[in-house]
Design a protein around this ligand. Sequence first.
Ligand SMILES: [Zn+2]
Length: 313
Amino acid sequence: MSLSLARLLALAFSLLATTLLAAPVSKPKVMLLTGQSSKYHDWVKSYPLVKSYLEQTGLFSVDVVISPGNGTDMSGFRPDFARYAAVVMIYEGDEWPAATKSAFVDYMKNGGGLVSIHDTDNAFPYWKEWNEMIGVGGWGMKADGSIGARDLSSGPMIRWRDGQIVLDATTPGGATHPTRHDFIVTTCAPEHPIMRGLPAAWLHANDEIYSRLRGPAKNVTVLATAFPDKAKFPTATGEHEPMLMAIAYGKGRVFHTTLGHVGPKDLAPFAPLTCTGFIVTVQRGTEWAATGKVTQPVPADFPTDTKTSLRTP
Ligand SMILES: [Zn+2]
């Protein structure tokens, strides 16, 4: 008995379709952009951990892009942003060439994703579009090399009062933080994809509560805050400071986490970076920035409101 031509064709077609369906689905590509820190931070210590956290999700393929070093020629620095679903940045350093800035703005306006980690929000204090992407930022290098470019003129501070955003454009003062300590991170947007299922409050390990960040503060959703207590710390603001934020920029999505300090003198393990809360919010925030969704379940070792949780890298 022989198969008719029609049946042969049908069989061949079904085999082809099966093969196509079984082909591995390529993962969204994420660029981890790093390579410069101020004297207060150390990208060399932080980026390998963040790279491993992104890869542990199984959701992304991660390319590390390392910029030229501080004070060196940046003119050839032109990452190909358009090839990536999201750009995760640990970068507090020199200005990029105008063409690179312009390409990044285009990328974001056309639906790109950005994740800004800790001191990355200290970068580019005078770059208007960058400040819009991150919502608010801290410190920042002045032209004379001193710290403190972001001040009252940079825009309002975001205050979280009575369950909503209040913009304070009149109180002067630049960024600050109390000495490092364990502190409670409080969820403000429990239905946001990044936050859904996370505890209402959880204890983050030995980090800096970035305070009095300033910027345009447009299109910002405050996802979580922390409270620097004036009774315990002389430099505390006594305001619920935004720790995690989601910002809409054009068609793009930005996840801004102020968590994740590591300094040049710190020795491993780095508590802020190995806190399960930091890890999970970066993993979820990157998925959201890349795709607009979060499919990752909340792990059982997430910190509680009384107990920190650190992972061994
Ligand atoms: Zn820091």
